[in-house]
Design a protein around this ligand. Structure first.
Ligand code: CTP
Ligand code: CA
Length: 236
C-alpha cells in the first residue's frame, strides 16, 4: 500500500492544471462569473506536485487561502488569469511543454461583446430592462486537443446538473467523445452541491465512454484517484 505523500510516480512529468473560474467583464466594476472555488483544481495540482511532477497551475479567481499551499510548493509555478482569453493564453503557452494538461477551470462560454468603458448607469439605459449581448469564447480544451503533441494526455472536467431527459453518464459520454479528450472527469453539481464543498465525487470517463474510476472523498483523495487514472491510460 502506498503511503500518502511518499509516492513519486509522477516524477519527471510536466503538468499543467487550470483551476477556478473565469470572469468576463461587463464594465469596470461588474462581471459575469461562476461558482467554481478552484479547490478541486488546486487539489489536482498539489497531488501531482507531491507525487513528483513539475506543475504549472493557472488560477482564475481562486481565493488566496485556497491557493496558499500551492504558492508555497517548490514544484508548483502559479500563474493567474482573469478572463477566458487570459486563461487560454496562459494554458496554451504552458501546454507546449507539458506531458499532461488538466482543464479543471470553469471557463466562461461567453463574454460580453462590448465591454463598457465606464460603469453602466440605469439613467442611461432609459427603460425597464437592458440586454447584454454575449459572444462565444474560444474552446481552450478543443484547441489543446487539436494541437496535442505526441504522448500528451489531455484531461477535461465537466460539471453537470442532472436532467430528466439524459443521465449524467450519458451527457458525460457525449461530451468526452465530442471533446476528444483522453479523460473526462464528470462532476455532479447543483444549487447546493459540488462547489465550495471540501468533498467531491467524480465519474472519470475514457474517450470511449468507459468508466475508468469513480472516486469519492476529499478533493485531494479524488485528485489522487484522477492521477492514478491518468497513469493508467498513459501506460496502456
Ligand atoms: N472548456 C474550455 N474552454 C471553454 C469552455 C470549456 O477549455 N471555452 C473546458 C473546461 O475547462 C472543461 C471542459 O472544457 O474542462 C468542459 O467544459 P464544459 O463547460 O462542461 O463543456 P462545454 O463544451 O462548454 O459544454 P456546455 O455547453 O455543457 O457548457
Ligand atoms: Ca461550458
Amino acid at each position: 500500500l502506498a503511503i500518502a505523500g511518499r509516492r513519486r510516480d509522477l516524477a519527471g512529468l510536466d503538468v499543467v492544471v487550470s483551476a477556478g473560474g473565469t470572469r468576463e467583464p461587463i464594465d469596470p466594476v461588474r462581471f459575469i462569473g461562476n461558482r467554481s472555488s478552484g479547490k478541486q483544481g488546486v487539489a489536482v495540482a498539489l497531488a501531482a506536485a507531491d507525487r513528483g511532477a513539475d506543475v504549472v497551475l493557472v488560477a482564475a479567481h481562486v481565493d488566496d487561502g485556497v491557493l496558499a499551499e500551492a504558492c508555497a510548493h517548490p514544484r508548483i509555478a502559479v500563474r493567474r488569469a482573469g478572463t477566458a482569453a487570459e486563461l487560454a493564453e496562459a494554458v496554451t503557452d504552458a501546454a507546449a511543454a507539458a506531458d499532461v494538461v488538466v482543464m479543471a477551470a470553469a471557463v466562461a462560454d461567453y463574454r460580453v461583446s462590448h465591454v463598457a468603458e465606464r460603469k453602466l448607469a440605469k439613467e442611461s439605459a432609459g427603460g425597464p430592462g437592458i440586454t447584454l449581448e454575449l459572444v462565444e469564447n474560444a474552446d481552450i480544451l478543443a484547441g489543446l486537443v487539436a494541437s496535442r503533441r505526441a504522448g500528451q494526455t489531455v484531461v477535461g472536467f465537466a460539471a453537470e446538473t442532472p436532467g430528466e431527459d439524459e443521465t449524467l453518464l450519458d451527457r458525460g459520454r457525449r461530451k468526452a467523445a465530442r471533446k476528444g479528450v483522453d479523460l473526462l472527469a464528470v462532476n455532479e453539481v447543483g444549487w447546493t452541491s459540488g462547489f465550495e464543498a471540501d468533498e467531491n465525487a467524480l465519474v472519470v470517463l475514457a474517450r470511449s465512454g468507459e468508466v475508468v474510476a469513480e472516486p469519492r472523498g476529499s478533493k485531494r483523495e479524488v485528485a489522487d484517484a484522477l492521477w492514478d487514472a491518468v497513469l493508467g491510460i498513459r501506460v496502456r
